[in-house]
Design a protein around this ligand. Structure first.
Ligand code: COI
Length: 354
């Protein structure tokens, strides 16, 4: 498969990897030595290359700057005890990127371009993959429009790029989240299911207001009635109520999260009841009031499995039991970490060895 992709490589003279403090990694602050680039023009992808990570030269009339015709993915690379680089579910990220691309009128990628570019980049930058607990190399593939044109129409030209960033946890403590009942992230027929750049921009303002009130994140609700909990914007959300896992189905307003799917798969493997159905705000609040909300957590690539210990709704904060006592969330987090780092059996074929 890789043999079909001719990649021109220009490598750095001197790696920057020794400048990085791998014992104190934040999220999204450092970038590895190289980036992968492909260009789309005249109806096909070409000019595959790996270059030193650097600034881009863009026209001020580049259409993406004005109309956000751009989609992306997030995935993580780990090292197993033998030092091999492992990626978690990259073929699923590939499929989802193309689903997002289609919705945003962006040309889809062939699988060998996505997987081939990724593999070559990670082989070259393998020393950037951290191996300390809680760390990984966050990999960001993205596609964006590049036409110099400020009228509205799909661009004729695009770039597909992959950059990577050694990273620690996205969240460093149990989360305080607020159920949002005024602003909306996604509506039926919109772009909520896509990893489209504009979705994230539109969520910034309501999230900022919540942060000013002391919350880390929002729990978005449905656009029509604000009656059902959908997702958190940076991750899907799963509740454990009365011994069952409950989460919203991924429809056209909710991102089809791979961590979500992996966590639910583990739960089913372990015999825990799982309900993928509409989750009423009121049932979560009622369960919290009655002490039946046993666990609540986000699931996302960057966030991994992120416990939520406080839920704000209608001016009141509802506190969950102490996170250390949460059997499922902690076990699922550990098991996923072990699978991703090659320490536990990969029963579901999730691991791709670079
Ligand atoms: C990811 O989890 O990979 C995302 O793209 C979410 C973003 C908040 C970093």
């Amino acid at each position: 498969m890789l043999a079909t992709l001719e990649i021109e490589k220009t490598t750095v003279q001197q790696s920057r990897v020794t400048d990085v403090d791998f014992t104190n990694l934040k999220f999204g602050k450092e970038y590895s030595d190289h980036m992968f680039i492909a260009d789309y023009s005249d109806g096909e992808w070409g000019k595959f290359r790996i270059e030193p990570y650097d600034l881009l030269h863009l026209s001020p009339s580049n259409t993406v700057l004005h109309y956000a015709q751009s989609v992306f993915e997030g995935m993580k690379a780990y090292k197993n005890p033998e030092g091999d680089v492992l990626l978690f579910r990259p073929f699923d990220n590939f499929l989802r990127l193309n689903i997002s691309a289609k919705r945003m009128c962006i040309p889809e990628l062939p699988e060998e371009l996505f997987i081939g570019g990724l593999t070559e980049l990670l082989r070259l930058d393998k020393d950037w993959v951290p191996d300390l607990p809680g760390t990984s190399l966050y990999v960001r593939p993205f596609i964006f429009a590049t036409d110099e044109y400020i009228g509205i129409r799909p661009s004729d030209t695009y770039k597909f790029m992959i950059i990577s960033s050694p990273a620690g946890g996205y969240y460093s403590e149990p989360l305080r989240v607020k159920i949002e009942t005024e602003y909306t992230r996604a509506c039926e027929g919109g772009t909520g299911f896509a990893k489209a750049a504009g979705n994230y921009a539109a969520a910034l303002y309501p999230a900022k207001l919540a942060q000013e009130q002391g919350y880390h994140q929002l729990l978005w609700t449905d656009a029509r009635d604000h009656r059902y909990i959908e997702e958190a914007g940076t991750m899907n959300v799963i509740f454990k109520i009365d011994g069952k896992l409950i989460t919203a189905p991924t429809n056209n307003t909710i991102l089809k999260g791979l961590t979500r799917d992996s966590v639910l798969t583990l739960a089913r493997d372990w015999g825990l009841p799982v309900e993928e159905r509409l989750v009423e705000v009121q049932e979560v609040i009622q369960a919290a009031r009655e002490g039946r909300l046993e666990e609540a957590f986000g699931a996302g690539t960057a966030a991994t499995v992120a416990p939520i210990d406080t839920i704000g709704f209608d001016g009141e904060d509802y506190h969950l039991p102490s996170v250390e006592t949460w059997e499922f969330c902690n076990k699922a987090h550990q098991e996923l970490d072990d699978i991703k780092t090659g320490k536990a059996e990969d029963k579901h074929g999730w691991i791709y060895r670079v």
